[in-house]
Design a protein around this ligand. Structure first.
Ligand SMILES: Nc1ncnc2c1ncn2[C@@H]1O[C@H](COP(=O)(O)OP(=O)(O)O)[C@@H](O)[C@H]1O
Ligand SMILES: [Mg+2]
Length: 363
């Protein structure tokens, strides 16, 4: 699959911009803060339905405008399609000019794998980023997953609010049961999906990592969860009610799940070198790519945000060989020297003229 073009209206620093992509490699280069990552963000939103770096949808609307629109045209083996996102006070999605009833309908139309500079620290920072890797991958392939995850989050908030009401307003503790039952229902579904996909990663990652490290390192990934089965989980919640009431939030559940990664049986979080972190995340993402490929019989689109600068020239070319026949959209600050012939190079500059800001993309 590949993206043919994207049209941005009032999106971040783009007022009115159409970009036509190459089927293979696209390089967006330019100084910092010119709008390179904004392009990847818009594509990501068309795949996942929301941004990976804005906490609120509204943030992506140009600061001096009231609304924003993204229109993306893509091509797949069997069909072409169009995704449109309208943002003002609320978000509206259209697929092939038909309004979607549910946000989740956006998922799976195009599939992406994103490498962002932040990913390098995924095994150094807290577990939330690691959960997000799973969440984004699974949501794209199993839209029901995101629904259950959202319902779990909502129920969790309700339980947490009620915990506070017990503490401050002397509400009855027994009523917690209602939310605990519901939490366990959603947790069971989410846990099943996560187990399934960590298994899929396990099947892929060992060989991929061997290839990347030229047989030097052995990688192992593990899924850590409080959840074993429904009864056990309800029991844990019940047992921890007192402490949950004191702290005002739920201390156990799939919102605490984690991934552990070992290189040669050593926990990367504690013992990993910078280079190991880099190649580990590369292996995870390439596994994700393979999994999406297996499931959809299409190559997902690779979004590489500043990532190529993390790799030296040789690793860069090895990497690009590894992902042939894939549309790749790269941002970087220097014009990348690549030997691949099928590529389109864009220079991105946010030029300020006297009267108004003007955005320029040359290629
Ligand atoms: N809502 C917004 N309205 C207008 N400009 C924005 C908005 N959000 C971000 N920007 C501008 O976008 C630029 C950053 O874009 P980004 O794509 O992250 O840059 P880079 O080229 O470094 O990847 C900055 O100049 C920032 O001021
Ligand atoms: Mg950037």
């Amino acid at each position: 699959m590949y993206i043919k073009s994207i049209k941005l209206s009032n999106f971040r620093n783009y007022i009115n911009q159409k970009i036509e992509f190459d089927k293979n490699i696209n390089i967006f280069y330019g100084n910092n803060a010119q709008g390179k990552t904004n392009i990847l963000e818009a594509i990501y939103m068309c795949a996942i339905g929301k941004s990976y770096r804005a906490s609120k949808d509204k943030e992506v609307i140009n600061i001096s405008k009231e609304f924003s629109e993204i229109e993306l045209d893509y091509s797949k083996k069997d069909r072409d399609g169009k995704i449109k996102i309208d943002l003002n006070d609320k978000k509206q999605i259209s697929l092939n000019d038909i309004r979607a009833k549910k946000m989740s309908e956006i998922l799976g139309n195009i599939n992406i794998v994103l490498f962002s500079p932040d990913d390098i620290n995924v095994f150094k920072d807290g577990p939330s980023k690691r959960r997000r890797i799973l969440d984004v991958m699974i949501s794209q392939l199993r839209p029901a997953y995101l629904y259950n995850l959202n319902m779990y989050q909502k129920t969790l908030e309700q339980r947490n609010n009620y915990l506070k009401q017990i503490k401050y307003e002397n509400k009855k503790e027994e009523l917690l049961e209602i939310w605990e039952e519901k939490l366990a229902d959603y947790a069971e579904i989410i846990n099943e999906y996560r187990k399934e996909f960590v298994e899929k990663i396990k099947e892929k990652i060992v060989n991929i990592h061997k290839k990347i490290t030229k047989d030097k390192e052995e990688i192992r990934i593990e899924y850590i969860s409080d959840f074993k089965d429904k009864e056990q989980f309800i029991k844990i919640l019940k047992q921890n009610r007192r402490i949950d009431i004191i702290r005002g939030y739920t201390g156990n559940g799939i919102h605490r799940d984690d991934l552990k990664l070992y290189i040669d049986d050593k926990d990367i979080e504690i013992y990993g070198s910078q280079g190991q972190h880099r190649s580990a995340i590369l292996s995870i993402k390439l596994s994700e790519l393979e999994i999406i490929k297996d499931e959809t019989e299409e190559n997902p689109i690779l979004l590489l945000d500043d990532f190529m600068s993390e790799l030296d020239k040789i690793r860069r070319e090895n990497f690009l060989e590894e992902v042939e026949d894939t549309q790749i959209i790269i941002t970087c600050t220097d014009k990348l020297e690549l030997k691949n012939e099928n590529k389109k190079i864009f220079f991105v500059e946010n030029r300020k003229s006297k009267r108004r800001k003007k955005h320029l993309i040359f290629y």
